[in-house]
Design a protein around this ligand. Sequence first.
Ligand code: HEM
Length: 404
Amino acid sequence: MTTQAPAVPMESISSLARIARDLDLLKFDALFTTAALLRGGRPTHTKGVAVTGSFEVTSLPTYPKNTFFTPGRTFDIVLRHGNVAYDDDAAMDIRGAALRLVAREGEGDHKPERPIHLATPAMDLLMNTGEVSFSSAKVFLDFARASGGTPGHEGPVDVRALEAYFKPRPVIRRQFEIGLRRAPSSFTRLRYHSQIPLRFHGGDGKERYARFRLVPGDGAPEEGFPSASDLATPWLQDRHVGETRDFQYMRDEMKARAHAHATYALEMQVYEPAGQVDVAMLDPGRAWDEEALPFHAVGRITLDKALHPKRTEDLAYNIGHLPAAFSLVPCRTLSDFGSIGFVRAHVYTVTQRVRRVMRKMKRLGELGRQKKKRHFRSKKHFTKDDKRRDSSLVGLIFGHVWRG
Ligand code: HEM
């Protein structure tokens, strides 16, 4: 059983169906907001490294003409790599590549005086290792709940709950396993896939869909595939006993790679229905046959340097940042094939808002602490009452505002 999708993708939905669908979104908001608060940052892909560089569209495209990827066009880019669940680079985990294309001066609304991490995106592509995702947001939610498990378990994954969840669901287990990579030597030795099909609007008005992948520019083979024994227990993702590498060896390595001008190639697969769209082709849980639908070169990325960690925290990618040539596949319910894209476009903005608030609170806390230190130093005599008042949170914030 791979799908619970309807027979046709829905272009328009009734207001009642819309309300039901949007109410379902609240479950994602609750889950991911809690995770963002607990992890003190992004709820997934929490630990990462970002690098900047440039992207040049190939001069001899083999994919259909469109207004965005035009031959020879160049963009500035910022690329962030991260592990989905684990802070440890040596764990067996899915790895991500969030790619932002920013139009250059004279193209669109990029203001050159704005630093790259704050520039308006022309397109964000969020990709993970593995060709496929789950078929719908509903499946993703059930999986995320099982994986998060009950409070009190050790580590980012509730091993027992995940094992029990996978037992009667071999297809979902396989869709998860496909993206796992154990302790690769570098983020640049992996292949990242957009997984969900996007609508692709060429100049000729034909119905088309596209999937992207990011591959090493030097064609190096992919590393980190789990062994047979790893695949026998995909819920056991911790680093192997005897692994001595640092927790963040891949993030450190990536910084060096950027300065050495490593390259990536961006590629696109295009599905053009011969007649009516084959709805099964819109299933994010099913890969497209590469022989029938080969990947086309879209362009080449050349990295130049690592982004400062503070700037990296400010990055806010969203799958909904798309140019007119691409759009999300619509969905009517959170069991449809288009639902993963729909939910992500919404939930990323929610967790990013949470992050902004957390950052503000942190800054306020820091200011409060500095102020408090100065205050105690300058006070010759202070009573026990003063001390108690000043060490409460309210005291910190209120005191900061009150004392100017
Ligand atoms: C319903 C399914 C999904 C949900 C609910 C979801 C949710 C999220 C959330 C909440 C974040 C953090 C966003 C932020 O605070 O900045 C995130 C990050 C990310 N997601 Fe997803 N995700 C889903 C599926 C996917 C899929 C299928 C992919 C890849 C094809 C993906 C790739 C990424 C990447 C690469 C990031 C990290 C972005 C960064 O580096 O800032 N996600 N996801």
